[in-house]
Design a protein around this ligand. Structure first.
Ligand SMILES: [Fe+2]
Ligand SMILES: [Fe+2]
Length: 327
C-alpha cells in the first residue's frame, strides 16, 4: 500500500478504535462467562464417560457422507486460526509491539473466542468414530503451514470487509449444519453447531460496525476497497484446503460441491450475504464520493443481479468424492 494512503488508514484506524474497550464489551464476551468446548462434551473424568461416548457414536452413525465431509472442512478451517491471527496482526493500525492495548487486543480476544470453535468440533469428531483423524490433522497442518493470501493486503478496510463477509458466511454454514443435525436425529450436534453459529453472528456484527465507522469518515476509499474485494471475489479460507497427494484447490472443489449439495453454503448464499452487506452499509445512498468511487458504488449495486444470472447457469456435480478424511 502506498505511503500516503497508509498514513490515512492509520489515522482512520485510530479514530475507529478510540473506544476499543466499549467495542470489546459490546461484541465479545467475558471469558469466565463464555461457553467452553467442555460444556458440550462428555466428561472423561466421570464414570459414565464411555457410555456417553457410545451414545454419541450411535447418534453419528447415520450422518450422511457429505455432511461429515462438510463438518470436517469446517473444523479444519476453524483450526487454522493461527493463520488468520498472524495475518490480522500485520494490518495497518494493528501494532502489537508499540500499541499492545490498541487493535492488537481486539485481534487477540477475537482469536481467543474463535479458538473454541475448532477445539469443540475437533473433539466431537474425534469421539464420533466417523473420521480418519490423522488425515484431518494432516490437512490442518497443511493449511496452517501453507498460509494463504486472502487478497486484503495490509489494508484494514479490505480486511474488515473480508471478515464481515466471512463471519456471515460461517454463520450461515454452522447454522445450516445445526439444522441438518437435528433433521438427521442428532440434537446434541445441532446444539454444538448452533452455539458456534451464534458466536459468528456476534463477530459479524462487530466487523460490520467497524466498516460502518470507516464509511462515515472515508467513504470514497472504503467504496473502492469494497469494489476491489468484490471484483476479486471473496475467497473463503477453505479454498486452500489440501489433502495428502491431492492437488491444492481440488479438495476445496469437492468440499464446496458437498456443501452445495447439502445446501449448507451455496452460490446463492454468497449473493445474499453481499446483498445484506450492501443494505447494512446503505451503499446505494452513500454520497460525497469521488468520481471513481461513484462508479464503484454503481458497479456494486448492480452486482447481485449480475451474479444471480450467472448462478442460475452453474450446475453442482452429483458425484460424491472420496475424501481421505472419512473412514
Ligand atoms: Fe469460527
Ligand atoms: Fe468467526
Amino acid at each position: 500500500m502506498e505511503t500516503a494512503l497508509s498514513a490515512e488508514r492509520l489515522e482512520v484506524m485510530q479514530h475507529v478504535g478510540k473506544d476499543l474497550d466499549a467495542l470489546m464489551s459490546e461484541y465479545l464476551k467475558p471469558i469466565e462467562e463464555n461457553w467452553q468446548p467442555t460444556d458440550f462434551l462428555p466428561d472423561s473424568s466421570k464414570d459414565n464417560f464411555f457410555s456417553e461416548v457410545k451414545l454419541l457414536q450411535e447418534s453419528c452413525r447415520d450422518l450422511p457422507y457429505d455432511y461429515i465431509a462438510v463438518l470436517i472442512g469446517d473444523t479444519i478451517t476453524e483450526e487454522a486460526l493461527p493463520t488468520y491471527e498472524s495475518w490480522l496482526m500485520d494490518v495497518i493500525g494493528v501494532d502489537q509491539v508499540d500499541n499492545p492495548s490498541g487493535w492488537s487486543r481486539w485481534v487477540r480476544a477475537w482469536t481467543a473466542e474463535e479458538n473454541r470453535h475448532g477445539d469443540l468440533l475437533n473433539k466431537y469428531l474425534y469421539l464420533s468414530g466417523r473420521v480418519n483423524m490423522r488425515a484431518m490433522e494432516v490437512s490442518t497442518q497443511f493449511l496452517i503451514a501453507d498460509g494463504f493470501d486472502i487478497g486484503t493486503d495490509r489494508d484494514p478496510y479490505r480486511n474488515f470487509i473480508y471478515t464481515s463477509f466471512q463471519e456471515l458466511a460461517t454463520n450461515v454454514s454452522h447454522r445450516r449444519t445445526a439444522t441438518l443435525a437435528k433433521k438427521f436425529g442428532n440434537p446434541h450436534l445441532s446444539k454444538i453447531c448452533g452455539v458456534i453459529a451464534s458466536d459468528e453472528m456476534r463477530h459479524a456484527k462487530a466487523y460490520k460496525a467497524f466498516v460502518s465507522r470507516i464509511l462515515a469518515v472515508d467513504p470514497s476509499e472504503l467504496m473502492l476497497a469494497l469494489d476491489d474485494m468484490m471484483r476479486k471475489k471473496i475467497v473463503m479460507p477453505a479454498h486452500f484446503l489440501r489433502e495428502t497427494g491431492v492437488k491444492m484447490g481440488d479438495t476445496f472443489a469437492h468440499f464446496s460441491d458437498a456443501a452445495q449439495r447439502l445446501g449448507v453454503y451455496t452460490t446463492n448464499d454468497y449473493i445474499e450475504i453481499l446483498e445484506a452487506l450492501l443494505l447494512e452499509w446503505e451503499i446505494g445512498s452513500v454520497r460525497d464520493l469521488n468520481e471513481k468511487a461513484e462508479k464503484a458504488r454503481d458497479y456494486l449495486m448492480a452486482l447481485p443481479g449480475r451474479l444471480k444470472r450467472i448462478a442460475d447457469r452453474t450446475r453442482i456435480p452429483e458425484l460424491q468424492y472420496e475424501f481421505s478424511w472419512i473412514k
